[in-house]
Design a binder for this molecule. Structure first.
Ligand code: HEC
Length: 151
């Protein structure tokens, strides 16, 4: 278990954790936050490129691959005991743990959209990516609306 929750990606990036206790659940919450930041950064790369006058398809493809690689892992980032009710610093709502079926649906939708976006991005047709970006963004929002603290 210790290894499972070790903040390897954080250390690899040289980032500091987000201030939760050095326990398996605390490290899971911190690692989760950093991983979502990676998803957010990649999503922004895509959005910026699609807005650009001359979008760089290689940047979009790399970002799509990052998102698609992380999407199937999301459901593993919320071990029992790593929520706000456990006294941890997190933007996750306790509904992640009290509405597991609904949360599972939100993660599944994200996995599906990320795979779709990845396939279209690798095919290189920028014209259709704007439309699919709405589907992908909708799957982020669909989860955030129910399972993440409002900003
Ligand atoms: C299945 C649910 C779910 C999906 C899908 C999802 N997120 Fe999140 N996201 C969360 C939760 C929960 C947090 C809060 C994590 C924490 O603080 O422990 C979060 C946090 C974040 C953060 C970190 C900053 C913050 O406000 O806490 C960013 C950035 C982010 N998400 C972007 C995205 C983007 C972009 C997508 C889609 C490409 C996405 N997320 C898809 C649930 C989701």
């Amino acid at each position: 278990m210790r290894l499972l929750f070790a903040a390897v990606p954080l250390l690899a990036l040289g980032l500091t954790a987000c201030g939760n206790p050095d326990t398996p659940a605390g490290r899971a919450a911190d690692a989760r936050h950093e991983s979502f930041e990676q998803i957010g950064d990649a999503f922004k790369v895509v959005a910026d490129q699609l807005k650009a006058t001359a979008p760089d398809i290689t940047k979009i493809q790399a970002a799509a691959a990052t998102i698609n690689g992380l999407a199937p892992k999301v459901e593993t980032w919320f071990p029992a005991g790593s929520g706000p009710a456990d006294g941890l610093k997190t933007d996750a709502l306790q509904t992640v743990w009290t509405k597991p079926d609904q949360f599972k649906q939100a993660t599944a939708k994200f996995v599906e959209e990320a795979a779709k976006f990845q396939a279209l991005a690798q095919a290189g047709d920028i014209a259709v990516l704007g439309e699919e970006m709405k589907g992908l963004g909708g799957s982020c929002k669909g989860c955030h609306d129910n399972f993440r603290e409002k900003d």
